[in-house]
Design a protein around this ligand. Sequence first.
Ligand code: SF4
Length: 236
Amino acid sequence: MRIHSFESAAAVDGDGVRYCVFLRGCPLRCVYCHNPDTWESGGDDISVETVAKKIARYKPYFKNGGGVTFSGGEPLLQSKEINEISQHLKKEEIGYALDTSGCVELTDDVKKAIEGADLVICDLKFWDEESYKKYTNGSFERVKAFLDHCEKIKKRLWLRTVIVPNINDNVDVLNKYIDIAKSYTTLEKYKLLPFHTMGFEKYERLAIKNPLLTTKPMESEKLSNLQTHINKQLER
Ligand code: SF4
């Protein structure tokens, strides 16, 4: 597997205590990305067995529903490897979550990786084909097909959206996301995340043009108001 990094005890990317495996490679170029160092898929190839052993060492911490979260980059670019490692994890009774953009082709391997996951955490980055193209170089239709598949197989789903000043930080735009989210009956949480500038030095270091260089971090109070709006609209 091509891995960027490991992070233990990450409490935000799934149920309970998580062990996060950040996989290399991403087909998108989100304007707000704070991990441009995960975009390229090159680097050392670590065997599935080695990664499975590393994960198994954390098993004692996975009580109360904890487990592994495959993140990235885009973890589903390595869905074949995720399916291989899931065989090892199953023997250890360790579950996994997928933290994905959902902007991937629905191949058999991708479908199998979704089926094997306890939880799918999907970024609903923008609201239509035009906004996806403009801000991520990806395709909304693909994300929609991905989410529709999760719905079809009744997969537990969390959605997340990064809120960026002057792009999607207002209720009118947020309502477009809410309309999409309402179609998914297995949606358990919809979390808004603030745009921040912590990844800016990576753009400098990697000599990549930063499209949001002059954008200020998202204000926490405004974000909290938008989160309250979304929670109210999605109350079931
Ligand atoms: S999908 Fe994630 S890693 Fe890829 S460009 Fe977007 S924010 Fe960055």
